[in-house]
Design a protein around this ligand. Structure first.
Ligand code: PDD
Length: 295
């Protein structure tokens, strides 16, 4: 079955899915993206991702390419055409296509593309696949709250991790604190047993949708989260560590810069949060969302 992508109003074979060379996403990274997990035919945290898409676009004064209702329909249609049950949807909105000029061109409309990817969400296997993390300097701009496709610092960070046989890079800001992962939020259980993650204030990190869901779940379960920045040195001594993102979900971390975290396996709190998140993402569809079950 051919893979199908969505490009500017058309469902096209993946091999022919392209935008113009003068698309501003291509030339300037003048664009926004979102990644949404599809679990059991259900789009996890769909509304949170669409909220963030709208916010990122408005921060860059790029118009929403179509009403939210229509985006929901396109996502479901793409999932249906690809007969996907588990995986993710990647969507990107650029300011559009125009002759190269830094300032906003007049009279263009946004480009909008969507692709789906296959994945498996075996919780137990993912808990066992404990990850290695390395730290790198955070080379990014000051608007890290915007989910921009200007990802070169993250590309370099992730490659630096891969070069050392690690899965993720935790980036260190100019003040010496871990900001976040190259494509995830960073969490530790500190020496006192507190669950700690960095606050999202001052646009210093991306407000992860998975992070938000974990906050709500922790509130419900009366698990306290301390929002404060932490250093790599503190993370080396943490009892547990993990990352959160739409694709990696809750990924246990067993080693940071060669320092073993806890006993090097998925910690108890991490495992509990993983289970809570999976129950929430898989089994508790919000009322506005119907379960989509492609045959
Ligand atoms: N990345 N921080 C950064 C820098 C990210 O790129 C991401 C997500 C997150 C976690 O956000 P969320 O929980 O909403 O996925 C935090 C996506 C998955 C990516 O770039 O592929």
């Amino acid at each position: 079955m051919p893979r199908i992508a969505y490009v500017n109003g058309r469902y096209v074979p993946h091999a022919q899915a392209s935008v113009h060379v003068e698309d501003r996403g291509f030339q300037f990274a003048d664009s926004i993206y979102e990644v949404i997990a599809l679990m059991n035919g259900r789009l996890a945290d769909e509304e949170g991702h669409l909220d963030r898409l709208e916010r990122s676009l408005s921060e860059l004064r790029i118009a929403l390419p179509m009403p939210r209702k229509s985006i929901r329909i396109v996502m479901r249609e793409l999932v249906r055409r690809n007969r996907l049950k588990n995986g993710s949807i990647y969507m990107q909105v650029t300011r559009g296509q125009a002759q190269r000029d830094f300032k906003f061109p007049k009279g263009i409309s946004p480009s909008f593309v969507m692709i789906v990817y296959n994945a498996t969400y075996d919780t137990e296997a993912r808990k066992k696949a404990v990850k290695k993390v390395v730290t790198v300097p955070d080379l990014r701009w000051k608007r890290r709250d915007i989910k921009s496709t200007a990802l070169l610092p993250q590309v370099l960070a992730k490659q630096a991790a891969a070069d050392k046989g690690a899965y993720e890079a935790w980036m260190i800001d100019d003040d010496g604190y871990i900001s976040e992962g190259s494509s995830s939020n960073a969490w530790i259980v500190d020496g006192k047993g507190n669950l700690v993650t960095r606050p999202t204030a001052n646009n210093r990190i991306l407000k992860g949708v998975t992070r938000n869901a974990l906050q709500a779940l922790c509130k419900r379960e009366k698990i306290k989260i301390i929002e404060r920045a932490f250093t790599a040195k503190e993370a080396y001594k943490a009892k547990e560590a993990f990352t959160s993102s739409a694709t990696a979900l809750i990924a246990p971390v067993g080693e940071i810069d060669g320092h073993k975290i806890g006993n090097g396996k998925c910690g108890k709190i991490t495992a509990k949060l993983f289970d809570l998140y999976m129950d929430y993402a898989r089994d508790n569809p919000p009322p506005q969302q119907e379960r989509w079950n492609p045959k």
